[in-house]
Write a protein that binds this ligand. Structure first.
Ligand code: SF4
Length: 327
């Protein structure tokens, strides 16, 4: 596979699940909107606005908050209330950010810097939130995080994203990134680390390893804590559940209106089963679910009339055979 461009997000997605990487970065499927994407992006926009355009002083608080309101991203929230809660939370975070950061306001070298660097024939891309120049003349790379959990120093020391930013910044400006900082927005706390040769070598090795696996076409699904992702229908571990869920949702009437795919005789048998189940005391919801699951669009086409008949016979003969027949 001809891949020679990677970003931290792509690498991280591959490490979490190679199949998900393929679906997003090769097949081009789009991730679904999520509240935490919108919330994080809304805060990032404001932080960039605070430093951007190289103001010699920070914008006025009113302008800052107006910019927040005007640029708020409302995609992905399930309810208006939930969106409002997030909006107010963001406003409080930003007011605190404003007050803390206006005191020693200084002009960054760069804000939201999109890098594209050649790294041993791999093009590494990404977006660095902020780059400052330290009194030593070296660089400080700052990455803003909007998640709930404050990262620990151990997280920072192992963080592949910071290693990639270090490599990219050094190549871009030819100045040592002396300090790598994560700024946790919800708590307005910052934590810094640095990189040594060993850590950078380890990161480079990992980048090459991921690239090799991609080139080999290894896109095995890897179950993890975020499963199912946005694409369960394309995943062998979850596609069956999706089909079952879709069938379950189908309207009862639809089950019996499939004359093109299910023969008349099959429809009659299914109706017979339906009546039988109601007579035996099953409620309509349960009967609908099991019939749909077993004889609906997916399975009804595959089952022969004989199989259907014998299922009904078995069901007639037994008092508690519901599961046995339809499992
Ligand atoms: S559901 Fe999990 S295992 Fe399947 S593709 Fe998505 S992340 Fe990978």
């Amino acid at each position: 596979m001809m891949i020679n461009k990677l970003s931290y997000s792509a690498i991280s997605t591959y490490l979490n699940c190679p199949l998900q990487y393929k679906l997003v970065y090769i097949d081009g499927l789009k991730l679904l909107p999520k509240p935490y994407f919108s919330f994080g992006n809304s805060l990032h926009k404001l932080v960039a606005y605070f430093f951007k355009d190289m103001f010699l002083k920070p914008p006025a608080l009113d302008d800052f908050l107006k910019y927040y309101k005007d640029n708020w991203l409302s995609e992905g929230y399930e309810t208006k209330e939930n969106e409002k809660e997030h909006f107010l939370l963001g406003e409080n975070i930003l007011k605190e950010f404003y007050n803390l950061n206006k005191k020693d306001y200084k002009k960054p070298i760069s804000v939201e810097y999109y890098f594209k660097v050649d790294f041993n024939n791999i093009i590494l891309t990404g977006l660095i939130d902020r780059v400052d120049k330290l009194p030593s003349g070296n660089l400080e790379i700052i990455d803003y995080k909007s998640g709930k959990v404050i990262p620990t120093i151990y997280d920072l020391n192992e963080d592949l994203q910071l290693s990639i930013y270090h490599i990219a910044a050094e190549k871009t400006w030819n100045i040592l990134p002396e300090k790598l900082t994560i700024y946790h927005l919800r708590s307005n706390t910052s934590l810094s680390t640095k990189r040594g040769i060993k850590q950078l070598d380890k990161a480079k090795e990992l980048v090459f390893k991921v690239l090799e696996e991609i080139k080999k076409g290894n896109f095995k699904p890897k179950i993890g804590r975020f499963c199912p992702c946005d694409f369960p229908q394309h995943c062998p571990h979850f596609s069956k559940e999706v089909k079952e869920e879709n069938i379950k949702r189908e309207d009862n009437n639809k089950i019996f209106k499939k004359p093109k795919k299910i023969s008349k005789e099959k429809v009659m048998l299914i109706n017979e089963l339906w009546q039988l189940m109601l007579k035996k005391g099953y409620n309509k919801e349960d009967a609908k679910f099991y019939i749909t699951f077993n004889f609906g669009k997916e399975k009804g086409i595959e089952l022969t009339l004989e199989e259907l008949k014998s299922a009904i016979e078995e069901f007639k003969d037994s008092k508690d055979n519901f599961k046995r027949v339809y499992d």
